[in-house]
Design a protein around this ligand. Structure first.
Ligand code: GDP
Length: 424
């Protein structure tokens, strides 16, 4: 049976949580494939508001098995906290499975994230300081600790010792911090392991068998294409790989099972922190987008930079992910603007580009080529079908489809699950 990938096509915060929640209805598995608790999904459904960082967005459906796959870095304290919160909110939740191979975020990762950011001063990456980057760095350096290690005390203790030997040197000698002691960490993590035991499994096999038995699998990305470690605006990127190609690698089945790649795309753009954002509007219109769209980070509360729709970014996302269709979110935020500028190309390095330029210097100097579409005045949150949208709003959507070269399947007109209109 086919698998579907759902990912962000911009700089994250496109509204993936709501999109996955909306689409999850027909799924049997929802799999989170990268990132850690630096992501924040907001789901409003069944009269509840849920803010999730780590638990996959299919959690509100009791029939769904939610999987945290190999490529996710897991802070067990956070995961258990989220599970407690879900239990306390008496939401009837689906099952959860955690990969034996997922890497753990350790207390020294959080500490290193904080001190390294401070040390970088004005060159700081503005990370969420939750230890995600250092945990991925240890994974690549082969000194990471994985979920399965917690269930063999001898191995866990040996690996922890090796890791701390190195980390304590760095903390003390470079950052002038106190060394960390293994005993407390060891005890805490063994306690987490006991609580996590019922969820831990070979998720690759679970999903493989699920697909073979005709089950539907949705692979959910965090952050967005422009923040991809390889394809994004390095170094202002995340430390993992949101693009579609990584979804199967992390989940542990072959790419041939992926049939649909849905790009969640906001009707304008936002970005948190530093790095290029060619269509940024630093005037009152940008301010208005931010206010109407509540553009403040779910995880950090940081104000997001706002700008107009950028077709170069969409075409780039279509190229690197192989998008089959788009869920266009937050169209309602655009109500009340007289004109809606859309970036249809860039000028940079003495030439024009219809896609993201291949190097950083060019992207930094990219000047948008604008087209202007007429706006609409009415609020559209109550609209129940695509054909009932103001004709300017319909035209806006069709224009984005045309210049992006990818069909729009669903349009979001509000944060609630039902505020989703089928567009094709
Ligand atoms: P994610 O990380 O991609 O899931 O995005 P966030 O959850 O950080 O941000 C998306 C925000 O937009 C959340 O507060 C959602 O409730 C909200 N949202 C999602 N879709 C829509 C929509 O179509 N209209 C409006 N107004 N809000 C939306």
């Amino acid at each position: 049976m086919p698998a579907t990938v759902v990912l962000g096509t911009q700089w994250g915060d496109e509204g993936k949580g709501k999109a996955v929640d909306y689409l999850a209805d027909r799924m049997d598995f929802v799999v989170r494939y990268q990132g850690g608790n630096n992501a924040g999904h907001t789901i409003i459904a069944e009269g509840r508001l849920l803010k999730l960082n780590l638990v996959p967005s299919g959690v509100l459906y009791p029939h769904i098995t939610n999987v945290i796959a190999d490529g996710v870095v897991v802070d067990p304290r956070i995961l258990l906290g989220e599970l407690d919160e879900l239990e306390a909110s008496d939401v009837q939740i689906g099952e959860l499975r955690l990969s034996l191979n997922a890497h753990l975020i350790m207390p020294y990762h959080r500490e290193l994230d904080k001190v390294a950011e401070r040390f970088l001063g004005k060159n700081a990456l503005n990370t969420t300081r939750r230890g995600i980057g250092p945990a991925y760095a240890d994974r690549a350096a082969r000194v990471g600790i994985r979920v399965q290690d917690l269930y063999d005390e001898k191995i866990f203790s040996a690996k922890l010792e090796v890791a701390l030997k190195d980390k304590n040197q760095i903390l003390a000698k470079i950052y002038n911090r106190l060394a960390m002691q293994p005993e407390q960490i060891f005890e805490d993590y063994l306690a987490f392991a006991e609580r996590l035991r019922p969820y831990v499994t070979d998720t690759s096999k679970l999903l493989y068998e699920g697909l073979a038995a005709g089950k539907h699998v949705m692979l959910e990305g965090a952050q967005g294409t422009m923040l991809d470690l390889d394809h994004g605006t390095y170094p202002f990127v995340t430390s993992s790989t949101p693009v579609a190609g990584y979804a199967a690698a992390s989940a542990g089945f072959g790419p041939r099972d992926i049939e649909r790649v849905i790009g969640v795309t906001k009707a304008y753009v936002t970005r948190v922190g530093s790095g290029p954002l060619p269509t940024e509007d630093i005037g009152p219109a940008g301010e208005r987008l931010g206010e109407r769209g509540h553009e403040f980070g779910t995880v950090t509360g940081r104000k997001r930079r706002c700008g107009w729709f950028d077709a170069c970014v969409l075409r780039f996302a279509a190229r690197v992910n192989g998008l089959t269709d788009i869920v266009l979110t937050k169209l309602d935020v655009l109500s009340g603007f007289e004109k809606l500028p859309v970036c249809v190309g860039y000028r940079a390095g003495g030439q024009t580009w219809d896609d993201v330029p291949p190097n950083q210097t060019l992207f930094h100097e990219a000047e948008p080529v604008w087209e202007e579409l007429p706006g609409w005045q009415d609020e559209i949150r109550e609209v129940e079908s695509f054909d009932d949208l103001p004709k300017e709003a319909q035209r806006y959507v069709r224009f984005l489809e045309e210049i992006g070269g990818v069909p729009v399947s669903i349009v979001g007109v509000g944060p609630v699950r039902e505020q989703s209109l089928v567009a094709s």
